[in-house]
Design a protein around this ligand. Structure first.
Ligand code: NDP
Length: 480
């Protein structure tokens, strides 16, 4: 059985406790590798390595940091097929999706921040004829980076790349549910010549390894993506130590469809924004609000398209919906479908598990599910399900849909479909979300700020915002 190893001080190492956790292939339900069940001693070793490496890495010329990061990007590109396959096996997502989205984006994250640091600038302020101030950014030191299982290498590198580009050394933990491509990244970093101790990856359980990172006094910045509950624990724990926090948390995103939209384009993209990656993307629209005059037309067409989505083996080209990431998560999604029924919802399509033949007999599959007839206040419409489940709700006017869209504790992303430009801007302005898509979805520009409001998080990732997060700004005032 393959053993995943920690990456500490430039070397691949077994965990100190000599204990392992099973790693499952969700499409088959079989254990196919072992994950280190590391503990706080491994985190301490990683911290020691990071602290030792930091002075040299922070003072390494940015051209050199950039060169090494571009080499990492190049190696990801070269190993595209093996990384793609590993991501699909570990997560259950269709192979074509990992190949089209996840691994190219991991490569691009390194490329983007490797070149972004070459274009950073500092600022100067002249105070009349009295003084000149200049301010500049210095790396914060050690950064703790913790990521979830839904877009494993994509989100892991979205944190690591800006941190090391900014001159920080990193203690990182991928989700224990999907650790394989993070392990492969450590091999790539060794091959690329990343100096030892700059990136340290400690595998293991959230409450053990993750908590040891959060609680460690020598890690002053934490970049976390995951659930709101875990985010609350992190905020509580980090606050007395005044750590810098970037928290990208849950969502319950509204997708608002007006009658004057480009119906065909909206329909095509709404199928994707509802069910891509089995609905396990923090940006998926899970509450669909449809203007009353096109509600029936929308419903008929959407049911027809969703019913055709093939749930199947992630290896097959025709598969549109792959496996749910874990048995535990499958049970959680099914419990929400049950709850929706108890709350009076009508299942229009799907609504349960799918049993496949062949190698996927014991895999975790759920059919894409549409539900209507629920009030916006019920738990199904308020709580994050994070699976292939969406609700349909008609609305009469802008005021009503705004009230409903803004009624949850979350504020991550929203999608608006309309041909009326003024209305699009008006709605975008009034929706309490950090990310608004108008007549599109998941059209990403890596320079833009990315993050949520309310319980969807604190801070922003992306572009210079991310680089700045991993630094402290210092102002120097010189009297003239
Ligand atoms: P979790 O919060 O359960 O886990 C996220 C990461 O935190 C994992 O690596 C996990 O480790 C770790 N962790 C768990 N407990 C602790 C702890 N006590 N201390 C430190 N680390 C801990 O989230 P999921 O992995 O279930 O991911 C799904 C969630 O992520 C959804 O809510 C989704 O909305 C959100 N998300 C948000 C995004 C955004 O940009 N806003 C993007 C993508 C997802 P382990 O896996 O080993 O338990």
């Amino acid at each position: 059985m393959q053993k995943i190893l920690n990456y500490i001080n430039g070397e691949l190492k077994e965990p100190t406790p000599a204990k392992w956790v099973d790693n499952y292939n969700p499409a088959t339900g079989e254990v196919y590798s072992l994950i280190p069940d590391s503990d706080e001693r491994d985190v301490q070793n990683a911290v020691d390595a990071g602290l030792a490496a930091f002075p040299l890495w922070a003072s390494t010329p940015r051209e050199e940091r950039s060169r090494i990061m571009l080499r990492i990007a190049e190696l990801i590109e070269q190993k595209m097929d093996t990384l793609t396959e590993a991501e699909s096996i570990d997560n259950g997502k269709p192979l074509w999706l990992a190949n089209k989205v996840d691994i190219p984006r991991a490569r691009d994250n390194f490329k983007f921040f490797a070149t972004a640091i070459l274009h950073e600038h500092s600022e100067a302020y002249q105070t009349d004829n009295e003084a000149i101030n200049y301010s500049y950014h210095t790396p914060v030191g050690l950064a703790g980076c913790i990521s979830p299982w839904n877009l494993p290498l994509y989100l892991f590198t979205w944190k690591i790349a800006p941190a090391i580009a900014a001159g920080c050394c990193v203690i990182a933990k991928p989700s224990e549910v999907t650790p394989m491509t993070a392990f492969m990244l450590s091999e790539i970093c060794i091959e690329a010549g990343l100096p030892k101790g700059v990136l340290n990856i400690v595998h293991g359980l959230g409450p053990k390894v993750g908590a040891a990172i959060i609680e460690h006094p020598m890690i002053p910045a934490i970049s976390f993506t995951g659930g709101t509950k875990t985010g609350q624990y992190i905020a509580r724990t980090a606050a007395p130590m005044f750590k810098k926090l970037s928290l990208e948390l849950g969502g319950k995103n509204p997708n608002i469809i007006f009658a004057d939209c480009d119906f065909e384009e909206m329909m095509k993209v709404t199928v994707q924004s509802s069910f891509s990656n089995q609905g396990q993307i923090c940006l998926c629209g899970s509450r669909l609000f449809i203007e009353e005059s096109i509600y029936e037309k929308f419903k008929t067409e959407f049911i027809a398209r969703v019913a055709k989505l093939k749930v199947g083996d992630p290896n097959e080209k025709e598969t549109k919906v792959g496996a749910i990431v874990s048995l535990q998560h499958k049970e959680k999604i099914l419990s929400y479908i049950q709850l929706a029924k108890e709350e009076g919802g009508k299942i229009l399509v799907g609504g349960g598990e799918v049993k496949l033949d062949g190698r996927c007999t014991n895999g975790y599959f759920i059919s894409p599910t549409l539900i209507e007839g629920l009030p916006h206040t019920c738990r199904t419409n308020q709580e994050e399900i994070f699976g292939p489940v969406v609700t349909l709700t008609p609305f009469k006017n802008e005021e009503e849909v705004l009230m409903k869209a803004n009624s949850t504790q979350y504020g991550l992303a929203a999608t608006i479909w309309t041909s009326d430009l003024k209305r699009a801007h008006r709605m975008a302005h009034k929706i309490h979300c950090g990310i608004i898509w108008i007549n599109c979805w998941l059209l990403r520009d890596l320079r833009t700020p990315f993050g949520g409001m309310k319980q969807s998080g604190v801070g922003r990732e992306g572009g210079f915002e991310a680089l700045r997060f991993f630094t402290e700004v210092k102002n120097v005032c010189v009297k003239l």
